[in-house]
Write a protein that binds this ligand. Structure first.
Ligand SMILES: Nc1nc2c(ncn2[C@@H]2O[C@H](COP(=O)(O)OP(=O)(O)OP(=O)(O)O)[C@@H](O)[C@H]2O)c(=O)[nH]1
Ligand SMILES: [Zn+2]
Length: 366
């Protein structure tokens, strides 16, 4: 991968002002215990972290460089670069626990870890059919919440749309109800339908991730966008008999039509934790109804004058959606109790601004 022009990697003039003196910019393509693969204007480099970066990261893992970060490189007297600073992130996927240990629980140390940074567009891929099941609206809600939480813009892709003959329009309508204010598109990588439209979100060298369950067709879509087989799909893995864990992913993938996709094992596994305010936006319809409940702290659980229950009764609000909302609220509360307080505050501040913007532009009106 070679980029003579960093703007193809998403570098913008506004970031230049944040670059310390006597350093050059680079973007992190991969991290590996105390060192990173970065792409600078003069090519790819393997760089170690400076002492200040190491100290900051020891105090708070959120300061560790991660894929997608823009960083400052300083040329050392012996002629190699050192990673001197992580430039301020515009967006970040933060995981609440540092490690998911073998029992599958969060580490419980309450510290965050950044899985990917400076992601502009978050595609939420949900297959129209998953073995014998239809698209899972609850999963879409969760992943859209996570996308909002990162600061990026979610776009829902109903993948494998070719598996659907009749009723695709109905399905898309249901998905739109599950993700108010979010663009929803049908995509078939197999037929090449919708692929160009997906690519159009990445104009101006924007950066994307694709979230979604295994088998949603994420790798196939990335290959279609990249115009080359940069990802091993499940089919290829099955054909050459290699287990998925041995697959070496390229983590920062340039696309033929411009733009970049970040794909890391961490982002692939990211799922159903780390949500707070994102939930409010996904359920903006419920939040709006709740403003009309008689009691400010209404639990929508049989209280008199409850506008939310009334909407369920009248069929305006699907019961399923109220249940999803309750479930996500509980999880978000649980996660929030475990997330580093400072980080949470930062996210909340950012969130207030985004919410305000959305209110103003009316984007969260279903
Ligand atoms: N019918 C149909 N099948 C597709 C489409 N896109 C992908 N597939 C198939 O679905 C299977 C899974 O596709 P992948 O791209 O490997 O899915 P993934 O989301 O990357 O899966 P993981 O790597 O396990 O996360 C493969 O057998 C693909 O050939 C599509 O548009 N239509
Ligand atoms: Zn109520």
């Amino acid at each position: 991968m070679s980029f003579s022009d960093l703007s193809l990697l998403g570098w913008t003039g506004s970031r230049a002002a944040e670059l310390p003196d006597d350093t050059v910019p680079a973007r992190v393509a991969r991290v590996d215990r105390g060192a990173a693969e970065v792409i600078a204007a003069d090519g790819q480099h393997h760089v170690r972290y400076s002492a200040p970066v190491r100290r900051a990261s020891a105090a708070d893992p959120v300061a560790l460089p991660c894929v997608g970060d823009w960083v400052a490189l300083r040329l050392l007297p012996e002629g190699r670069y050192e990673l001197d600073a992580v430039l301020p992130r515009s967006t970040a996927f933060v995981r609440g626990g540092v490690s998911r240990d073998s029992v599958g629980g969060l580490s419980g140390d309450g510290q965050g870890q950044v899985l990917a940074a400076n992601v502009d567009v978050v595609f939420v891929a949900e297959p129209s059919m998953h073995s014998t099941d239809f698209a899972d609206l609850g999963r879409i809600e969760r992943l859209v919440a996570l996308a909002w939480e990162s600061g990026g813009t979610p776009v829902v892709l109903v993948t494998k749309s070719d598996l659907f003959d009749d009723g695709l329009d109905d399905l898309l309508a249901d998905v739109r109800t599950a993700a108010p204010g979010v663009d929803v598109h049908a995509v078939s990588s197999l037929r090449g339908e919708g692929v160009e439209l997906v690519g159009s979100y990445l104009g101006g060298s924007r950066t994307a991730v694709i979230l979604g369950p295994s088998g949603a067709g994420k790798s196939t879509l990335v290959n279609a966008l990249a115009g080359a087989d940069v990802m091993e799909t499940q089919q290829v893995r099955a054909a050459d008999g290699r287990g998925r864990h041995t697959t070496v992913h390229r983590e920062l993938i340039p696309l033929r039509g411009g733009g970049i996709v970040i794909d890391t094992p961490g982002i692939r596994r990211i799922g159903l934790y780390d949500m707070n305010q994102g939930v409010d936006l996904v359920f903006s319809d419920i939040e709006e109804l709740a403003e009309r409940c008689r009691f400010g702290d209404c639990g929508h659980d049989g209280e008199p004058g409850c506008a939310v229950r009334a909407a369920v009764e009248s069929g305006e609000l699907p019961e399923r959606r109220l249940e999803s909302w309750r479930k996500l609220q509980r999880e978000a509360a649980w996660m929030a109790s475990r997330t580093d307080a400072r980080l949470r505050k930062e996210q909340q501040n950012k969130w207030k601004i985004i919410t305000k913007e959305m209110r103003r532009s009316g984007r969260n009106r279903p």
